[in-house]
Design a binder for this molecule. Structure first.
Ligand code: GYE
Length: 361
């Protein structure tokens, strides 16, 4: 793989030298000096990266794309080609095939779902193009089809949210059998959906909570509102809405309020407790407003880490195959100060205006 990149580099360098020679001879006739031309001519030795992004379904996704645009820059030695697949796997497959045809140096894939990637990643592999997976995982038989994965531990996020709910409801004296949850799931088959859903179902079994319904809203706000509005008509006893991202949570809040109910934490007096994931600016402002009780961060700033991996591969240095991004947990109050998941303690941060304004997304 590296040999192919080095080979491409040599070809580019030769092309640069040829272009310089050509320009020198052309401009010499016009009375310009070769040194002037050298400074005016840009070194074209950039690493080309084809990035197949899921879409722009959420604030998280927009921040994620922005992180790649900010770090994968020409000044960092990268020429980034971006493709938005509008949440369609077949569009991602077409994008990857186009990148292969264009002979990019690297392919970065943020896969919409886990399955269905074996063939196209094999094609990239056959063309000697290293693939880096970000955000959700790919479920391929041969994991050597990708060089690295960078993202979050979604199951842990789900477990953290549920541990918080367990401690919070115990502190408020609410019996587990009185907890009636609806799960507004993310895009079906996406690792983030699978992990967050499993975190909830396992905790519900363990603690004896009721899960009234589970339905996907595709991580989108309008769909989140629609799904929650329908569920509120079907069940009059919902007291926890577990939204698998911030945009769904914002849609849920709209639906709850339009149904004449209040999002909050006073479950015994009819409020509906909303849990969310991402902790994007939009979500945290709802925590500050007291409408989202808990927001488990999912950090979208992956661009720099991917650039580090690319540079490591370029320089033949060691790098980690799997990298988990650091994340925090935000709540509206300090009823629960920390949770313990898989023998690790996680502190809960109370959201303030200052914290919100100091964040990048
Ligand atoms: O939580 C959601 C986005 O897979 C982590 O996708 C990602 C999720 C994120 O649309 O907002």
């Amino acid at each position: 793989m590296r040999r192919k990149n080095q080979y491409k580099k040599i070809i580019r360098m030769m092309a640069t030298v040829l272009a310089l020679l050509l320009m020198t001879s052309l401009f010499n006739g016009c009375g310009k000096k070769a040194e002037d031309i050298q400074t005016a001519y840009q070194e074209p030795d950039l690493i080309t990266v084809g990035f197949s992004q899921v879409g722009a379904e959420s604030d998280w996704r927009v921040a994620n794309t922005e992180s790649f645009r900010k770090t994968m820059t020409r000044s960092n030695g990268v020429d980034l080609m971006y493709d938005d697949a509008q949440q369609k796997q077949d569009k991602q497959i077409i994008a990857i095939r186009n990148f292969v045809q264009q002979e990019v140096d690297y392919i970065v894939l943020a896969p919409v779902m886990e399955t269905g990637w074996d063939t196209v990643l094999q094609e990239a592999n056959d063309a000697n193009i290293p693939v880096i997976i970000v955000d959700r995982m790919v479920d391929v038989e041969d994991t050597s089809l990708y060089k690295a994965w960078i993202g979050s531990d979604f199951k842990r996020e789900g477990k953290i949210a549920c541990e918080w709910l367990n401690k919070f409801t115990i502190a408020k004296g609410i019996a587990p059998e009185d907890i009636n949850i609806v799960d507004i799931q993310g895009t079906e088959g996406a690792t983030s959906q699978i992990g967050r859903t499993n975190g909830l179902t396992e905790a519900a079994t363990l603690y004896g909570w009721n899960i009234l319904a589970m339905e996907s809203a595709d991580y989108a706000q309008t769909k989140g509102k629609e799904v929650v509005a329908n569920l509120l008509k079907q069940y009059d006893n919902i007291n926890v809405v577990y939204c698998e991202n911030d945009n769904e949570a914002m849609g849920a809040i709209e639906a709850i309020e339009e149904a004449g109910k209040n999002p909050g934490t006073d479950i015994e007096n009819g409020e509906i407790l909303v849990i969310s994931f991402d902790a994007a600016h939009s979500g945290l402002s709802q925590v500050l407003a007291g409408k989202i009780a808990l927001d488990v961060e999912c950090n979208p700033l992956q661009g720099e880490e991917v650039l580090n991996v690319i540079n490591a591969i370029e320089n033949g240095e060691e790098y980690n195959k799997y990298t988990y991004i650091n994340e925090s947990i935000f709540a509206l109050d300090d009823t629960v100060k920390s949770v313990n998941v898989d023998d690790t303690n996680y502190d809960i941060t109370i959201v303030t205006e200052d914290i919100m304004n100091s964040r990048e997304y």
